[in-house]
Write a protein that binds this ligand. Structure first.
Ligand code: KG4
Ligand code: ZN
Length: 318
């Protein structure tokens, strides 16, 4: 391996993260998440950029210290080049470029979405081709991964991402950002068939989540009119039913993809792959279809720099 020690840097949204990969093993994975956005119900781009600027140096130094390496021992620096919030990305890109220049080390820009797929390689050696459902706060897509970082997008959302359906739904329910984990937690105490939300079926392997979001809005408005305090009183049942509809939509297209593309394995990645119902249903889908299932551990599902380091190394070695 020519590049055995890689520093990964991720700053595309609201997490400032750094990680060190040595000889194929993650030695540190540090992340500073930004609480500043909680009360706004979503990420405020300008506040995110400023927080990245404050966090990036301490986060990188901590990642190096935890891995027990000095800056000079790094062989290459991998950073997220996009997609993401422009101001946030620029903080990571400029930091990586400055460091690379000062240390005279090679740099590699990594696609954030491909890196979410690379997160699977941290703990697994999947069979190829595998069909991967990538679900995050900004993207929802089906990818046919042919080998390593060689993948084709075979389906994607036509409007909102699944993570947005969770976050915006949570906001309507008066829950703080990010709402996905809170809906998941309430759903575990609720009845998923208490209410029914529309499950839209898109052509081919695409997705749409704007309809379900609007239906929650009208559902809450109508019930609150008749029974003030309804949302608060029935929060667990609403969360369970709403989550079920989102997961149903994801699973319908995932299964359609398996039928048409006949992959040798299936996988799940991105922040929404933290969702307990989704993880369980995807495991069951794999078992029913006799296909191996790969899902990252929690720390590699949401945005992290370990996946950037792994993707960067694969690209450099190639
Ligand atoms: O991949 P990620 O960290 O950032 C992006 O690249 O967008 O994904 C963040 C998304 C947020 O929408 C968050 O609400 C969602 O992942 N999320 C969850 C859960 N944990 C995080 N959604 C549903 N259930 C969860 N347990
Ligand atoms: Zn992400």
């Amino acid at each position: 391996m020519q590049y055995s020690t890689i520093l990964g840097i991720e700053s595309s949204c609201d997490d400032t993260a750094a990680s060190v990969l040595i000889n194929g093993k993650i030695r540190s994975n540090v992340s500073a998440s930004q609480a500043v956005h909680e009360r706004y119900g979503g990420v405020v781009p300008e506040l995110a950029s400023r927080a990245h600027q404050e966090n990036i140096l301490p986060v990188v130094l901590e990642a190096l210290e935890k891995a027990g390496v000095s800056m000079q021992e790094i062989d290459a620096i991998a950073y997220t080049k996009g997609p993401g919030l422009m101001g946030s990305l620029l903080v990571g890109i400029n930091f990586a470029k400055g460091l690379g220049m000062a240390l005279d080390k090679p740099l590699i820009g990594v696609d954030h979405l491909q890196a979410h797929v690379a997160a699977l390689y941290i703990e697994h050696s999947p069979e190829f081709p595998f069909l991967c459902l990538l679900v995050s706060g900004g993207h929802t897509m089906l990818l046919l991964v042919k080998e390593g970082m060689d993948m084709d997008i075979v389906g994607s959302t036509l409007d909102d991402a699944a993570g947005e359906a969770f976050d915006k739904g949570a906001k309507m329910l008066g829950l703080r950002y990010p709402g996905g984990p809170l809906i998941d937690a309430f759903a575990q105490k609720g009845n998923a068939v208490a209410f029914s939300f529309p499950v839209s079926r898109m052509p081919a392997l695409d997705f749409s989540f704007s309809g379900i979001k609007t239906s929650l809005l009208y559902f809450l408005r109508d019930h609150e009119k008749r029974q003030p305090g309804f949302a608060h009183a029935r929060i667990a049942d609403i969360c369970a039913s709403y989550q079920k509809a989102i997961v149903d939509m994801l699973l319908i297209q995932f299964e359609a993809g398996i039928n048409s593309l006949k992959p040798r394995a299936i996988a799940l990645c991105g922040g929404v792959s933290m969702n307990s119902e989704l993880r369980t249903r995807v495991q069951k889908l794999g078992a029913d279809r006799e296909l191996p299932v790969y899902i990252p551990s929690f720390e590699y599902c949401t945005d992290n720099a370990a996946m950037i380091a792994v993707a960067g190394q694969m690209m450099l070695e190639k």
